[in-house]
Design a protein around this ligand. Structure first.
Ligand code: ACM
Ligand code: ZN
Length: 435
């Protein structure tokens, strides 16, 4: 017994073929441009069940699957990161994001990753800790004026998630841990190693004050926050951050060092004691996220430092090396490579003619030509590269117009980074008639 699947055009045709090569069941599943991969898979699974039921068969009796088209769409991701800076208080952010969600759906991008917390701000209301938005959603501008509060209410998120859901897009929330966490330490300095007091950062960059991982209250805080987040976001993934955690204070903090002793951590040629502390903290969060919340944890590539939790998915952001390393050991990976143009906060042309941006260039051609499957990755591990993602950190995008200017047309190119058998960039360019 064989199952034949023909994907292509605006429908998927599935047929069940018996030993004599006679078709004993067929179903056509209509698709349109807004139906993402997961939904198609669910519809196909339903169709298989239906055909087997009609034929009076079980799945075990079905001997193989043939996929009839090279045009398989894999999981793709898109992202808009609303974390900080001023200017946004006048932007109707929910409406703006809804507009982008509808464009993402047309491009078959199926994930929206929201970076909700950072050193400069905390952008989501948490019932148990109202101080977070009270103190950390209002900041000073460079000229010391206050701006904000800028944050999503729970109603905002429900509206966004429902709208995204209608467009078959999952919204993945990110709560940064253990670094990039100054916005928590402003109202809760006792969760740091040094005790504070603290003030939110105005500009992005390395911040030395991070959560004290030797303090159990930090884990209780994170668990309470993540519980509310998990209730709000139905997405299967929860992003725990994990990037750029400066570990200087951990080296001298009595609580962090006592924890290292309890865990019997010793420096190794690969990893310092503090990297292993980070790994302990991330693994502890992973157990909570998968065990208690029933979600999968995803984190930036630094969660590899000191050893990855078994079920973690890795977001490779500096380049593709860490992603390749994680995929080689069987971890799912999303490629969001800054080195390959996937940071859309970089200028898309010469600095002299482009608006203020992150620094460096990300040309449309770079994004289009990005190769998500590293050459060094063994063919049997390629399945672990589950998606590509472009990141638009919004420090420099102080209006909806600017946001869209940075998103497009590069996001259109992103939408093809996972299409097997792409045309050349110049075909793409002509097809879309840019410029
Ligand atoms: C990152 O850009 N720090 C993930
Ligand atoms: Zn500490």
């Amino acid at each position: 017994m064989k199952l034949g699947i023909d994907m292509g055009g605006m429908s998927i045709k599935m047929g069940l073929v018996n030993e004599e090569n006679k078709i004993i069941g067929r179903i056509t599943i209509p698709t349109d441009l807004t139906v993402p991969y997961q939904t198609l898979v669910e519809r196909m699974a339903d169709a298989v069940r239906q055909m087997l039921e009609n034929a009076g068969m079980t799945l075990e009796q079905c001997g193989g699957i043939g996929i009839g088209s090279p045009g398989t769409i894999d999981a793709k991701q898109g992202v808009i990161l609303y974390s900080n800076n001023f200017g946004w208080e006048n932007v109707p952010i929910v409406e703006e994001l809804k507009k982008q969600i509808s464009v993402m759906a047309m491009l078959k991008l199926n994930r929206l990753h929201l970076h909700l917390t950072d050193n400069q701000g905390w952008r989501i209301a948490i019932d148990k800790y109202p101080q977070l938005v009270e103190y950390s959603a209002v900041q000073e501008t460079y000229n010391e004026e206050l701006y904000g509060p800028c944050y999503y209410t729970k109603e905002d998120i429900k509206e966004l998630v429902a709208y995204a859901g209608r467009h078959h897009i999952e919204v993945i929330p990110e709560i940064e841990f253990p670094g990039h966490s100054l916005s928590v330490l402003v109202p809760f300095p006792e969760l740091s190693c040094s005790g504070g007091p603290f003030k939110s950062e105005q500009v992005f960059g390395y911040e030395e004050n991070v959560f004290c991982v030797g303090n159990d209250s930090v884990f209780a805080f994170m668990e309470n926050v993540l519980t509310e987040i998990a209730e709000l976001f139905p997405a299967r993934y929860l992003h725990i951050g994990g990037d750029e955690c400066v570990k200087r204070y951990w080296q001298t903090c009595p609580r962090c060092q006592a924890l290292a002793q309890r865990l019997n951590l010793r420096p190794t040629p690969e990893h310092s004691v503090e990297e292993q502390l980070q790994s302990y903290a991330i693994k502890r969060m992973e157990r909570f996220i998968s065990g208690t919340l029933g979600k999968r944890m995803i984190g930036w590539e630094e969660i590899l430092e000191g050893g990855l939790p078994e079920d973690a998915t890795v977001m490779s952001w500096k380049g593709t090396e860490c992603g390749a390393k994680a995929a080689a050991t069987g971890h799912d990976v999303v490629m969001a490579s800054m080195a390959d143009g996937l940071y859309l906060c970089a200028a898309q042309g010469a600095d002299e003619v482009e608006p203020a941006a992150m620094g460096g260039q990300s040309y449309l051609k770079d994004v289009y030509e990005f190769e998500p499957l590293p050459k060094e990755l063994a063919p049997d591990k390629r399945k672990h590269v589950i998606g590509t993602q472009a990141c638009l950190w919004s420090e420099w995008t102080t209006s909806g117009e600017l946001l869209e200017y940075m998103l497009y047309p590069r996001t259109v190119a992103l939408a093809e980074t996972y299409s097997f058998g792409c045309d050349s960039f110049y075909c793409f360019y002509r097809r879309r008639r840019f410029g």
